[in-house]
Design a protein around this ligand. Sequence first.
Ligand SMILES: CC(C)(COP(=O)(O)OP(=O)(O)OC[C@H]1O[C@@H](n2cnc3c(N)ncnc32)[C@H](O)[C@@H]1OP(=O)(O)O)[C@@H](O)C(=O)NCCC(=O)NCCS
Length: 154
Amino acid sequence: MSVILRKMTSEDLEEVISIDQVSFSLPWPPRSFQYELTDNPASRCWVAELDGHVMGMLVGWLIVDEIHIATIATHPDFRGRGIGKKLLSFALEAAMDEGAISTFLEVRESNTAALEMYRKFGYVEDGRREGYYKDNAEAAILMSAPLTRASLNR
Ligand SMILES: CC(C)(COP(=O)(O)OP(=O)(O)OC[C@H]1O[C@@H](n2cnc3c(N)ncnc32)[C@H](O)[C@@H]1OP(=O)(O)O)[C@@H](O)C(=O)NCCC(=O)NCCS
């Protein structure tokens, strides 16, 4: 499986939005992706492309020396094939190239797959927000990790 990792472009938005909508119970408003792509200077938007189609997407916010993973998703038909790890590794490495020394994210406490993936990258739980998600009042687990080249070799 030959996956290409690259910057998101406006042409990708339709597929990116469709992955977002099938992946999350609270998807982003579609216009948010256009905003992240063109109007948010902190945004770093990446996609994983397979056979000419977007199969994974990640939006990060680089704030000073920290990269906040704002969203990441793989198309449901292509999960469990390493795309999430490739995307996260690529985005973290790119952020390190820009001076990031740490990374941060929030994840639903029931999201076992994502939690497992993040732990592989060295993320540890360092906080919790009760009732954070509006649809089911689920808690958010706050995770962070120092960034080193070694932490990208999961
Ligand atoms: C989380 C997500 C992005 C992972 O993407 P993916 O392409 O399936 O990930 P990978 O195949 O690279 O797997 C990465 C790791 O995640 C973990 N993982 C993936 N699927 C899993 C599952 N069903 N159960 C437990 N762990 C799982 C494993 O640790 C895996 O590493 P391994 O292959 O060495 O075992 C994907 O499940 C997804 O899009 N989920 C819906 C959106 C979402 O919840 N995003 C995260 C928001 S915080």
